[in-house]
Design a binder for this molecule. Structure first.
Ligand code: FEO
Length: 400
């Protein structure tokens, strides 16, 4: 793609990855972008780079504006390979005077590229540097989402280059929020939050408070993935505030896997019981729904109800995968319920319970187990479990 001027003399020079479908376990079914920004002034500065496979594309895009060898400074806000992979090629082409990054980023870059001699210039929160007529203020954002992560704020342009934060995985030819469908945009942002930042929600709250305290005038937020926020960028800050508070609604997910459709029949009965109580419910089979889409649904759901038959003395592998992934993302303030069919040993439900306990999810009793194929009376029990879950969702305690 050609460069796009996002503010006067500031260009998007990133790459669009239309083909990527998996991002370490996250389904990027609509691709992603790796955003990099070229700031032209008395000094020329490149903010961030792209994935290694797109090195040539980045350099070609820069060359449409300026000979890459004329770039004076690099700013590396984050060391992860989707933004730093092209650095060896960039360093070779640019030979910058300085490479600005956080102390943790310097260490991470050395551990990635084994280059001690790059012209690192370590910066800290609050530090300002001049880049030829412009001032950059740095804000370290440790563990959002790596120890090295950092924001760069261009004061004169009121532009926040926010690294991974406020971004999303969505390949588009459009660059700005007012050029795309808002519902789709916020879906991708919610998915990104739920799958990458949820476990750091406490830190997100602190960061938002810090940004508020700094009272930085922000006209534009340019993340390193996806669409740039130029129309009321406060909207994405407000969404992060909401998501990081992990506020939930009277909504349940019934997540299940099945062998011979017994657990599926139980799942449907549980879902019917939840719905009859007036709560929102989503029935999510693990054969049809990707773990990262389920996490997106979990962002505002109060209840997580799981069902698995027993196989080889445990739950089905897809449920193990789902619960292990969910546990790592540390959802909080949820309630749960469990069910599953079995033949002779029936350990799946107890095994799922262990995950629920580790996640601090209060499990509604009874957990329902059915031998082989459910009878009408078993399905009634599942329906009643659903009703109990639906009632709990409506109670003030559960809805908090
Ligand atoms: Fe987009 Fe943490 O890298």
């Amino acid at each position: 793609m050609h460069p796009v001027e996002i503010k006067k003399n500031i260009y998007w020079v990133g790459a669009i990855d239309w083909a990527i479908r998996d991002f370490h376990g996250y389904s990027t079914y609509q691709g992603t972008t790796y955003n990099a920004f070229l700031v032209m002034g008395e000094k020329i500065t490149l903010f961030d780079a792209v994935k290694r496979d797109f090195s040539d594309e980045l350099l070609k895009s820069i060359a449409e504006i300026v000979d890459p060898s004329k770039i004076d400074y690099l700013v590396v806000n984050h060391a992860e390979m989707d933004h730093s992979g092209a650095l060896p090629a960039v360093m070779e082409a640019v030979k910058p005077e300085k490479l600005y990054c956080s102390a943790a980023c310097r260490k991470a870059l050395i551990d990635h590229f084994h280059e001690e001699g790059w012209p690192y210039e370590v910066v800290k929160t609050g530090q300002e540097v001049g880049i030829g007529g412009r001032t950059v203020q740095f804000l370290e954002t440790r563990m959002l989402h790596w120890p090295d992560s950092m924001f760069s704020y261009l004061k004169e342009d009121r532009l926040l280059i926010s690294s991974d934060a406020f971004g999303h995985h969505w390949a588009t030819s459009e660059r700005f929020d007012d050029q795309v469908n808002e519902t789709q945009l916020f879906h991708h942002c919610a998915k990104y939050y739920a799958n990458i930042l949820l476990l750091y929600s406490g830190l997100v709250q602190k960061l938002l408070a810090q940004v508020k305290e700094l009272a930085l005038p922000i006209d534009m937020i340019a993340p390193d993935h996806g669409i740039i926020w130029r129309t009321s960028p406060g909207r994405i800050l407000e969404a992060y505030d909401r998501w990081s508070q992990q506020k939930s609604i009277a909504k349940a997910l019934v997540i299940y896997d099945t062998m011979w459709k017994s657990t599926e029949a139980m799942a449907k009965a549980v879902a019917d019981g939840i719905a009859v109580e007036g709560a929102s419910v989503k029935l999510l089979g693990l054969k049809e729904n990707h773990r990262s889409e389920i996490m997106t649904e979990l962002l505002d759901a109060k209840a997580v109800v799981c069902g698995s038959p027993t196989l080889n003395n445990g739950m089905l592998p897809a449920m193990q995968d789902m619960l292990s992934y969910m546990k790592g993302l540390k959802p909080s303030g949820k309630i749960g319920a469990l069910f599953g069919s079995y033949g002779w040993s029936g350990e799946a439900v107890a095994e799922m319970r262990e995950y629920m306990d580790k996640m601090g999810i209060a499990v509604i009793e009874p957990m329902v187990k059915v031998r082989y194929v459910p009878r009408e009376s078993d399905l009634k029990e599942c329906y009643e479990l659903g009703r109990k879950t639906g009632q709990a969702l409506k109670s003030p305690v559960a809805a908090g």
